[in-house]
Design a protein. Sequence first.
Length: 198
Amino acid sequence: MSSETENNSQCKQEVLNATQKPCQHLDQKQFPILDRIDNLILSIGNIVCWTNALLILMIITQVVLRYGFSNGLIFFEELQWHFYAIGIMMGISYAQVNDSHIRVDILHSLLAEKTKNIIEVFGILVFILPFVWVVFYHSLDFVYDSWRTSEQSDAPNGLSFRWAIKSVIPISFALFGLASISRLIRYSNYIINPKKEL
């Protein structure tokens, strides 16, 4: 009986190890500041994810109004765009913290752990961080002009706060930058100290 229980627990552990994400070997205890940043981003992501439910509700409402009552509302249509934008833009940093962004898994799974981490560091330094900086920096003037002019929709009966949705751009990319720096430090630490958990 005890050997059967032991075998079951061993099987469970193997399943857990097999389903473990690449970043789960990153040590969460070594960097308390990074942990706080990651937890903040995850908390924001958990709240923002509810915009997807609102988006579905808006789409259903708009479809019913348009095809059931021949009276679609511009307000609802633009609100759909806003909810979609918030979900996608804020979800980028959430995906980075969870390491759930898309990669070529067929090739990635064949590589050694250290090689994977070197590729991650290279990608963050060469592609992600420069891109984040360019978008963040150039979005500031874009958002400022929108706030200064109290930009609103050109459509009649459209939303009157276009400036608010544009403000999501620098906020979301600032969070994405922080999430990427957190990953960069953790991956770099693992490359330097491979015996430690990432």
